[in-house]
Design a protein around this ligand. Structure first.
Ligand code: SAH
Length: 234
């Protein structure tokens, strides 16, 4: 197949950056120990984090930062979530092998890979065109089962619904009713919802019970980039 030189260069850069050596593995182990000491208790979540090379999702000069517990810019004005936030959202989601999980806000693709490493079938939606294509290329070079979609996460994925789990990784103004409609009975949605002070979000776990009501639990304050409607490059 014909490839332009810029395409070749990009593919080479991707292959180069997926190297995962002993140094990376050592730093990742330290990150896992840190998360455990910070209260992440689900060993399945910790081993998924141990299995996903986080440095691959950042530009190659940021290896040290990849394995520190901090959020980081990934271009297009977006951020890769802090490892502790990824670990907490994953833990709250109670993912089991083979479950269908919908993620809103692909961003770097890191959270999606952590879910795939838990054994989930992951469907992830990103609204930003540039980021969508950049991340898709990285995900295609990795051995995790993630299906990517360019679109507005508020609409969900009616063709693939219903889902066992839904995880939102951008700050939501309210509980998106279309997404709730795509969640199975007994299913769980983890979503950071804008608080009343307008200075961040409260992490919510919503469980759709069999009598049709919603069980709502709160897990503290967070700061996410906002969930926006439509697709675009803004
Ligand atoms: N889960 C990501 C972090 C996401 S940052 C990771 O692991 O790196 C939030 C992402 O949500 C951004 O990339 C932003 O563009 C995207 N986003 C915001 N509103 C959205 C919407 N309505 N539908 C899909 N993606 C959205």
């Amino acid at each position: 197949m014909f490839r332009s030189s810029s395409q070749k260069k990009r593919i080479f850069a991707t292959m180069n950056s997926i190297e995962d050596n002993y140094r990376h593995k050592g730093m990742r182990k330290q990150l896992v120990d840190l998360l455990r000491s910070e209260g992440i208790g689900d060993e399945k979540v910790l081993s998924a984090i141990n299995a996903v090379p986080r440095h691959v999702f950042l530009d190659s000069s940021f290896v040290e930062i990849a394995y520190s517990d901090q959020a980081f810019p990934i271009g297009s004005g977006q951020t890769i979530s802090q490892p502790r936030t990824v670990a907490l959202q994953t833990e709250l989601l109670q993912v089991e092998q083979g479950m269908k999980v919908l993620e809103i806000g692909t961003g770097s693709g890191y959270q999606a890979c952590v879910l795939a490493a838990m054994g989930a079938k992951v469907f992830t939606i990103e609204r930003q065109r540039n980021l969508y294509f950049k991340t898709k290329e990285i995900l295609e070079a990795l051995p995790f089962r993630v299906k990517t979609f360019l679109g507005d996460g508020f609409e969900g994925l009616p063709t693939y619904a219903p889902f066992d789990r839904i995880i939102v990784t951008a700050g939501a103004p309210d509980i998106p009713s279309i997404l709730m409609g795509q969640l199975k009975t007994g299913g769980i949605m983890v979503i950071p919802m804008d608080n009343e002070n307008g200075d961040g979000q409260t992490m919510l776990r919503l469980t759709k019970t069999s009598d049709g009501s919603l069980k709502r639990e709160e897990f503290g304050a967070f700061k996410f980039v906002p969930m926006l409607t439509g697709t675009g490059n803004d």
